[in-house]
Design a protein around this ligand. Structure first.
Ligand SMILES: [Zn+2]
Length: 285
């Protein structure tokens, strides 16, 4: 089914941590009709001393200037300061207002807030219509990535084992896929593996589904055309390293092996969520 984007739509990228959500945001943000804004809801979260966004004003936006000087997030921050204490959904509407003023009604926001709870939030914001794109990374690659992250961040020993991450992957992705399957909203599902191994097939397929013409420049990865503040480290990568490259650490590691063999339901969900386009050869039809 092809789903044409109309005005006033938002593309919502859903998925687990370390699953390519920022990569997908940068790719989509490279389309002339779309603007990548990273993880919007995370920036609107209330922290002890104000919003998360206000704590990051001195950091860089992917557009190349500090957040406080960014034409987009700087303005959002000023308006949010003036309207203290509102519900997060009202704050989201302010982001939406600034977006419409700056980019006009023909451009579409790409939000990679990822989680199911924020997706449900979005469904509650009046006057906002959105289309979910669910990206899932192969559970084996996900486990290795989370284990390495736990070592890097000096997390507890149990976080350095695959089982806990495999379970978290299963719960999170099952919940997300069930929510999308039982709703009446069209959605697109893809694997991080499909995206990074066959970007020239998958990105045109996703563009067509969104009702957009494919633009080859989308694969050039140009975060400076986006306004991504909260997202993973790839938004800061120097220009020379910018290519879509598959992270294949799990090929030569084995921590994932035992829990993966023991859980047939995880293997089944992994095939369904990560390799569906490839198995169905969407791009050959
Ligand atoms: Zn910016």
């Amino acid at each position: 089914m092809t789903f044409a984007l109309s005005m006033n739509k938002i593309i919502y990228i859903a998925g687990s941590q370390n699953s390519g959500t920022t990569l997908l945001n940068i790719i989509l943000g490279g389309h002339s009709n779309l603007v990548g804004l990273g993880e919007i809801f995370q920036l609107l979260k209330q922290k002890k001393h104000g919003l998360y966004l206000s704590e990051r004003l001195e950091e860089n936006c992917s557009c190349g200037v500090k957040v406080k000087d960014c034409a987009f997030w700087g303005e959002v921050s000023k308006r949010l300061d003036a309207r203290h204490g509102e519900h997060i959904n009202q704050r989201y509407n302010i982001v939406r207002d600034v977006f419409l003023e700056q980019f006009g009604p023909d451009r579409i926001m790409v939000d990679s807030s990822k989680s199911l709870s924020y997706l449900k939030n979005l469904a509650d914001v009046p006057g906002i219509d959105f289309v979910p794109v669910h990206i899932t990374r192969d559970v084996r690659a996900y486990c290795i990535s989370r284990i390495d992250r736990a070592f890097r961040d000096n997390k507890k020993r149990k976080m350095r084992k695959a089982t806990i991450h495999l379970r978290k992957w299963y719960r999170g992705n099952l919940e997300m896929s069930q929510y999308l399957e039982t709703g009446n909203r069209p959605y697109f599902r893809l694997g991080y593996e499909e995206l990074s191994l066959f970007p020239d097939k998958l990105v045109p397929a996703l563009s067509a589904w969104l009702g957009l013409s494919y633009e080859p420049g989308m694969l050039n990865l140009a975060p400076e055309g986006c306004h991504i503040v909260h997202g993973n480290r790839m938004r800061d990568q120097p220009e020379k390293n910018r290519t879509i490259r598959y992270d294949n650490r799990w090929f030569y590691r084995s921590e994932w092996l035992a829990p993966f063999i023991l859980s047939s339901k995880t293997r089944k969900l992994n095939n369904k969520l990560v390799y569906q386009n490839e198995i169905n050869r969407l791009w050959e039809q």
